[in-house]
Design a protein around this ligand. Structure first.
Ligand code: ADP
Length: 247
């Protein structure tokens, strides 16, 4: 974060638009699909612009290996992984510290909404595979996991969505991509369940004033509402067409 962008790249142009033509409050084009894998109980693919994440959910089930089960609820396990071909420089396939941390971050974003008490002594596994990374892989992961959990029929209090707000050249912007993340002044990933009025993730890298923070949070919650509405739409469309026998 910080530093000068490459020659000729303006993070915010004269017309107030960002390097990819978006206005500050605009999300990247978002694509969502559920039920994309045959061999998982639930699955989803989510794209925020060039960032592309695949989520697969298994469970509730008995763990294959010995695992400390919880007597009163299912244990939610999340593995976030970046495919070696997901970045410009080939990423090592071995799990990095960052991937271990992001697995925890994504798990904690989901735990408050999963009704794990219905399945004591079981595990629910969420596998996240970043197929292509261009910033916001944790936020796209949370959204993909929420959809895949719903697709697996896991009871949830509500759907969660996630987006990162950034500050670039002093301007607050929605859904930062890799370039903005790299050369911006701040980056604030947020996850929330708008139907519960609950924020499940809030991180801040960099510095925001108190006022900027409030505005950034408002921008995040508004965008998350849009994202969750898209989740509902895709679930509704998928399941109505399945029930109607079109698939
Ligand atoms: P997030 O993907 O949630 O924004 P980071 O802020 O850690 O998480 O990463 C920002 C972006 O930097 C990623 O989306 C990806 O495009 C890039 N990136 C992260 N880790 C690596 C890596 N090991 N190799 C190459 N690019 C990476």
């Amino acid at each position: 974060m910080g530093g000068k962008p490459p020659e000729g790249v303006r993070l915010i142009g004269e017309d107030g638009r960002r390097h990819d033509g978006r206005l500050p409050h605009e999300l990247r084009p978002i694509h969502m699909e559920v039920g994309v894998l045959n061999n998982a109980d639930g699955s989803a693919i989510v794209q925020y612009g060039r960032t592309r994440v695949l989520a697969a959910v298994y469970g509730p089930r008995e763990p294959h290996q010995k695992f400390p089960l919880l007597p009163d609820r299912a244990a939610l396990r999340v593995r976030y992984h970046m495919a070696p071909f997901s970045t410009e420089d080939r990423k090592s396939p071995a799990p990095s510290r960052r991937e271990i941390e992001l697995s925890k971050v994504v798990r904690e974003s989901l735990e408050p909404i999963v009704i794990a008490e219905e399945f004591p002594r079981t595990v629910i596994d969420v596998f996240l595979e970043v197929l292509q990374a261009d910033g916001g892989t944790r936020t796209a992961s949370v959204t993909a996991a929420s959809l895949a959990l719903a697709d697996a029929g896991i009871p949830m209090k509500a759907l969660v969505g996630s987006v990162a707000i950034g500050k670039v050249e002093g301007v607050l912007v929605v859904d930062v991509d890799e370039l903005e993340d790299m050369y911006g002044e701040a980056d604030m990933p947020v996850a929330a369940a708008p139907d519960l009025g609950e924020i499940t993730l809030l991180q801040l890298n960099g510095v925001l004033s108190r006022e900027e923070f409030s505005t950034a949070l408002e921008m995040a919650l508004e965008s998350i509402k849009t994202i969750v509405d898209m989740e509902k739409d895709v679930l509704r469309k998928t399941y109505t067409s399945v029930e109607g026998g079109e698939q």
